[in-house]
Design a protein around this ligand. Sequence first.
Ligand SMILES: Nc1ncnc2c1ncn2[C@@H]1O[C@H](COP(=O)(O)OP(=O)(O)OP(=O)(O)O)[C@@H](O)[C@H]1O
Ligand SMILES: [Mg+2]
Length: 367
Amino acid sequence: MRADWILTENFRLLESQKVTFSPGINVITGENAQGKTTLLEAVYLLSGGKSFRAGADRELIAFDSDRACVTGGFFSGEREQKIELVFNRGRSRQMKLNGARIGAGDLRGALKTILFSPDDLGLVRGPASGRRRMMDAAISQLRPGYASFLADYSRIYENKLRILKDWREKPSLLEPLDEFSRQLAVFSAKLIRYRAAFARKLRDAAAPIHREFSAGREELSLSYTTVSTVLDPAASEKEIFEAVMERQEQLKQAELDAGSCLVGAHKDDLAISINGADARSFASQGQTRTAALSVKLAERDIFLEDTGEMPVLLLDDVLSELDAARQEFVLNRIGGGQTLVTCCEEETVSRLLRGKILRVEKGGVRE
Ligand SMILES: Nc1ncnc2c1ncn2[C@@H]1O[C@H](COP(=O)(O)OP(=O)(O)OP(=O)(O)O)[C@@H](O)[C@H]1O
Ligand SMILES: [Mg+2]
């Protein structure tokens, strides 16, 4: 897959302009607050219609304007395609794919990007919820059906949680509790099998990338953790279901006392360690960045293997805090697909890079 060009009009601080990208590496340089991340954001919008930093569409529109447009040409599914997005202040947005009006869900999968932004450091240092979200987002893209299991799970979870919270005031609520627990175990078993399979692939793909990234000095290991009675998360759905049921029964009274769901796929995690030490507590800044990036690159490989298409890689501010060797790895060894990477120090880039340079100044992009 490949983003060929993008046309922005009144999009945040960017000038109204057309920017074309190289099919290989594109380095977006410039001082702080000139529009580098905004340019990546515009490309990211073409892949799914969501921004990675705006909560609402109106934030995307230039302060002095009422309407912003982002149009992009890309190559995906073996053909050239075009997406047009129009954001209006006070009105809903309009979207077109290849000239035809589309709704919110229809953009998914047209162009696939993998984004690394400074927020992703939370993947390594932050709470389990971020790692679950990462796994869920990736699996949803690869396996149609997974997203609906996830939605069913969260509905059942909410119902069970409400019972556990309110049963003291309304004891009659307890009647359907066992049925909700059973359903929670049914869907836990489904999610656990998918996540375990994905985590295994991610582990196998990320370890060699991280090893190369650190010149053989660091061993990255990912391991999926779930309900303690599930000894083998690759076992049959029935066996996992029974193991989750067993744990729920053990903790039934504790759940009633605590007023919360203590057992199920909503507590899963992906434990990350570097040279055997838990990365959450012990990774340095550079190691954290390296590990998060290795996971993203692994996700790209898995997507390629699964679909035959290489997603576009968007790297925001990934070079800071990396030593020269790791920077070189990022800039020159990630090859294969298309990459857009932002960076403040143009010196670093010109020293290490073979790729197209786009200079951004006050919202204007010069090629
Ligand atoms: N809707 C908007 N209209 C006008 N300007 C905006 C809008 N949204 C953001 N900006 C401005 O854009 C600038 C930030 O741009 P951006 O995040 O792309 O910078 P950057 O080049 O990535 O900087 P850094 O190197 O610090 O990451 C801010 O100064 C912000 O005020
Ligand atoms: Mg930025």
